[in-house]
Design a binder for this molecule. Structure first.
Ligand code: ADP
Ligand code: MG
Length: 707
């Protein structure tokens, strides 16, 4: 193995002309068995291998005697294993301790529930250990450090180097993975740089080949920082280029409709709506109507908390479609929500001369065929509905506008399916969401959409209007008492007892049991109702009707009420198992109460077992700003499980992040847009590698979209 500082790029090597796509077996030392182990890590091509970045380094270039490492500092120390112990202070907890000594002091590596660590080493092994030095009970410790035996690799040769540490798998040792990646860097690391030189110079970004070498074989820890920044930028840039290219492609599609946006129905609607629009609503209406008037297809997202008035804004778009001789479809993820639209804006639309109908899974057959006939002959202007709108036999005479609510609940196909009903025209698209998406995610996942924000809720009564309390087990009785008090004062309440992540039927059973328990054991004097996703639509409607009419005091429900339900008289909500929810979900639930003049109380029964869970509970109790909560959620949960990212067909983030890199993200977005603006088909010679890369990414993204 050559040393890091000696890694050379042989630009003249013919292999360098190949793309990253060639199979990983081309790399020296990779035989069939190792290729199989690499495949387990998701590595199949040379490119995959080169982007398998180290997650940490063993810095043997700047070793310090153990005694000289300051507390709180990250460090690598070298010494001899002096003692190995596994303790089991209580069931299901094991603590492994490995003491490493040099001539100056001893430091103990500590691992929780990783008893196999004890098997990897024996007393007397010479090892390097990297971690953060802390002082605990008077002892030097490193918690969960990385340890590597130095003996077998020829020990002293490694001293002085900075060794990359990779995620690896059975059958492939860290040392071999290092060797393989080093070969790949030397033989294939000289890929053409997709970023034009001018851009790199302007942003102070080193060349790609330099970054690849520096991240895998750094000569100093400082190099790692520049390399990571360059590679993270590249990931943001790739996504933004893809997204900008989609936007360009859509803009080039010429079959979009230029809507009439100041016609009689739009004008009548503004007269019929019984309240003045908020400033945010007015701006959103302006932005949407301007898009609709333009001869390009609109792709806009309307973001705003529950109750911020999105539906009212959408009404204007619907009226403009009708004024233009077009039709609109407005799709909700649930029947409850679809019916809510009809109740809230249906009457205004009717008075403004817009003909509408509702189509859901529970529309009676005869009514359904009548509605379909009217849609096909343009006797209705607007169809509200659920997934039922996508069914094959739903035809529009002239669909020019599609509104999709809570679009993350729909698959790509469903969204595209509705837009495809445009038959010859590309309908304008308005996407609405009450899920506050952090800006970084919005710019990435939905980067090809323009955005309008409703930040202020109409008639907002200030953040103190709804009080949030986290209720420990002992506080249950008191919480029930507050609920009873509210009902005594004429208010109503929700009890949400969803089992997050469990099946609908398990959830429905739990809610049913809870409703029974509350009715018989806790609130025998109150009227308790039940609403679950499993109930028949007619039953659901009936329960909602009775709740709206005040015939039910306490509505026990699963998360079906999460979106859309609007009962201003409901002021108390109790949430069971609050620690199981994400912040966005809790915030959505909270949006259901305090919608009227009476102040609300949001009581979260929670018993968080983890620090993260406790922080989440603190955040919901302290913050009422949905966007701030979304950022907190992202930070706390980490990015592993961001829904939508994996299904999006966008290239994966390895070093890029949705948190803490807004500057890189915005720079990449601006640069990608500018390049496509100046050279839409990437035909300039300087853009050849970029064009190649974009084509490859597009092929990949299409495969995901349709797969
Ligand atoms: P969203 O769709 O964002 O959840 P809605 O459009 O359903 O919000 O509005 C929530 C409630 O507020 C509805 O009852 C609606 O009629 C009312 N509303 C909307 N805009 C205003 C406004 N500017 N002033 C007063 N009430 C409004
Ligand atoms: Mg709504």
């Amino acid at each position: 193995m050559s040393t890091g500082s000696a890694a050379v790029f042989r630009a003249s090597d013919p292999r360098c002309a190949e793309t990253w796509d060639c199979p990983v077996e081309r790399v020296r030392h990779v035989d069939a068995r190792r290729a199989e182990a690499l495949a387990k890590l998701g590595i199949r091509t040379v490119g995959d291998l080169l982007s398998h970045y180290p997650f940490r380094y063993l810095d043997l270039s700047a070793l310090k005697p153990i005694r000289d490492v300051p507390f709180g500092a990250e460090a690598t120390v070298v010494g001899t294993v002096a003692d190995i112990r596994v303790k089991e202070p209580r069931p299901r907890l094991s603590i492994t301790e490995i003491a490493v000594a040099d001539e100056t002091a001893v430091v103990v590596g500590v691992w929780f529930n990783q008893p196999y660590m004890a098997q990897r080493f024996v007393v007397g092994d010479r090892v390097a250990m990297a971690g953060t030095m802390v002082l605990d009970y008077g002892l030097r410790q490193m918690k969960n450090p990385f340890v590597e035996r130095l003996g077998s690799d020829g020990g002293p040769v490694l001293l002085g180097r900075i060794l990359p540490v990779y995620r690896t798998t059975d059958g492939l040792s860290t040392a071999w993975l290092r060797r393989i990646i080093e070969s790949a860097v030397a033989d294939f690391g000289c890929v053409p740089d997709p970023l034009p030189a001018g851009l790199r110079a302007r942003r102070g970004l080193p060349p790609l080949r330099w970054a690849l070498r520096a991240i895998h074989l750094p000569r100093s820890i400082d190099e790692v920082g520049s390399a990571r920044r360059r590679l993270a930028y590249q990931e943001h840039f790739d996504v933004q280029l893809l997204v900008a290219a989609r936007k360009h492609a859509r803009a080039a599609a010429s079959q979009a409709v230029s809507h009439v946006v100041d016609g009689p129905r739009v004008t009548a609607l503004s007269r019929e709506i019984p309240f003045p629009l908020t400033d945010d609503q007015q701006r959103a209406v302006r932005e949407i109507l301007a898009d609709m008037a333009a001869p390009r297809p609109m792709s806009r997202m309307l973001l705003g908390d529950v109750g911020s008035g999105k539906t009212a804004v959408a009404a204007f778009a619907l009226a403009a479609a009708a004024d233009s001789g077009g039709q609109a479809a407005m799709m909700a993820p649930t029947e409850v929500l679809a019916e809510q639209y009809v109740r809230s804006i249906g009457p205004w639309l009717s008075k403004a001369g817009v003909r509408w109908a509702l189509l859901t899974g529970s529309t009676p057959r005869s009514e359904r065929s009548d509605t379909l006939a009217r849609a096909a002959s343009r006797q209705v202007d607007v169809l509200f509905g659920t997934h039922a709108l996508i069914q094959r036999d739903v035809e529009f005479a002239r669909l020019t506008l599609v509104v999709v609510d809570e679009q993350h609940r729909f698959g790509v196909e469903q969204r595209l399916g509705l837009r495809a009903k445009g038959a010859g025209v590309m309908p304008d698209l308005l996407v609405m969401t009450a899920t506050p998406i952090p800006r970084s995610l919005a710019l990435t996942l939905y980067g090809d959409l323009d955005a309008s924000y409703l930040r202020v809720r109409p008639g907002a009564r200030g953040p103190g209007h709804v009080v949030t309390r986290i209720v420990p087990r002992a506080g249950r009785a008191e919480a029930y008492e507050r609920l009873r008090q509210a009902v005594r004062e004429g208010r109503q309440a929700y009890v949400v007892c969803a089992l997050v992540d469990e099946s609908d039927s398990a959830e429905a059973r739990a809610a049913t049991r809870e409703a029974h328990r509350l009715q018989t054991a806790v609130f025998p004097d109150l009227r308790v109702g039940l609403l679950t996703g499993r109930m028949r639509p007619a039953e659901k409607r009936d329960v909602m009707r009775r709740f709206v009419a005040g015939e039910i005091d306490v509505l026990v429900s699963t998360t079906v009420i999460e979106v859309g339900v609007d009962v201003p008289n409901a002021t108390v909500m109790i949430v069971e198992n609050g620690e199981r929810y994400g912040l966005a979900q809790l915030h959505q639930l909270r949006g259901r109460i305090g919608r009227g003049e009476h102040p609300g109380e949001f009581l979260v029964f929670a018993d968080p077992k983890t620090e993260e869970g406790r922080e989440r509970m603190r955040a919901i109790a302290e913050t009422s700003d949905g966007f701030a909560l979304a950022e907190a959620d992202l930070r706390l949960r980490g990015e592993g499980d961001i829904t939508g990212v994996r299904q999006s067909g966008l290239p994966p983030f390895r070093l890029a992040s949705f948190t803490g890199q807004e500057d890189l993200l915005l720079a990449a977005r601006e640069d990608a847009a500018a390049i496509l603006e100046s050279d839409p088909s990437l035909a300039l010679p300087a853009h050849a590698p970029l064009s190649e890369r974009l084509r490859a990414m597009q092929a990949e993204a299409t495969a995901v979209d349709s797969g």
